[in-house]
Design a binder for this molecule. Sequence first.
Ligand SMILES: O=C(O)/C=C/C(=O)CC(=O)CC(=O)O
Ligand SMILES: [Ca+2]
Ligand SMILES: [Mg+2]
Length: 402
Amino acid sequence: MTWLAIPQDSPYGIHNLPYGVFSANDQPGRRRIGVRIGDHVLDAGAAARAVGAPSVLLDADTLNPLMAAGRRTWREVRGALTEWLADEAHRPAVAPCLLPLAEVELHLPFEVADYVDFYASEHHASNLGRIFRPGSEPLTPNWKHLPIGYHGRAGTVVVSGTPVVRPSGQRKAPADAAPGFGKSRRLDIEAEVGFVVGAPSELGTAVPMSAFREHVFGVCLLNDWSARDIQAWEYVPLGPFLGKSFATSVSPWIVPLDALEHARVAPPARDVEPLGYLDDRGGEPWGLDLAIEVSLNGHRISRPPFATMYWTAAQQLAHMTVNGASLRTGDLFASGTVSGPEVDTRGALIELTWNGENPVKLPDGTTRTFLEDGDEVVMTATAPGPDGSRIGFGEVTGRILP
Ligand SMILES: O=C(O)/C=C/C(=O)CC(=O)CC(=O)O
Ligand SMILES: [Ca+2]
Ligand SMILES: [Mg+2]
């Protein structure tokens, strides 16, 4: 319990305490670390100073120094924040460090080092295989042996709310004789979950699944905007490039991994035995029961269930370092599009509309195959917390500009 008056069922209660970076009018332009509690943001550096605690990691303009400090420090800081917000004795010092959420501007909370995107939903991969490669097996022969991924563009990861300019590029439909150039006509979304690396690893040393908690600081929501016409023409043989590098949006709140203990579930049964470094049977399962919702112009179009993902983030971390590639503080790896087995749980329009064949109907009477200029996409998620509570992820939003 916190001394702050917040609704009993708030997904931003004392068990969550996600981290972000904000600025506010009391100190214009100054970016500070904030911790969300209810509909307030705690100025974490100011609170540390007010209670006489060490404040250096919290007095930063990004989360990177705290993320780099490692798990022991993460636990200490989280413990301290919990105490400041729970213990009535701290109230006089800490209460003045709270700002209403409505009065702050939220920024990209960490400096992104490398960005990797995986392809871990069997439903999504099968659907896209059928759409992009009709006549072939939907899943490629490697799919159940390794978590497929690609390196994306870290510098174009943007915070929720940043408008997305419709990209231009080369497009060629199968029936066209030659490619043409122009604005993407098949602009899409991908509902994903992002994992944020805190503690780095050494070059030449693999990070096993058992070290997942030592390296992963927290979790956010991610929208991997995708221009399907650009992608379909460019992707063979090296994979996604300009069709996905123009913008990737993340939610402003990083939920600490420790807040997700009650969300952990066993991943789905695998029908191919994984190689040793990916074999999580008998280990700690890292499936996560996140309920995601995707809305288009205020209307819910999908509810992707993260618990259905075939590959877990721990397997992805192990795979991405098994060749000795090192981790850097600020590395971001995305789960891949989250799609469940039912039509209304698919995480991308290309699947929801089956490549435009079955448009989605909106309450205003219009329909969508892909995104139109002015459209706004909002993704949210919650996960189970302790004692029946919910853990909220905030939202990742973006509006399409021409
Ligand atoms: O099947 C393909 O050729 C490509 C699929 C994707 O769009 C890649 C991707 O971003 C992976 C994902 O989000 O699951
Ligand atoms: Ca993706
Ligand atoms: Mg992208």
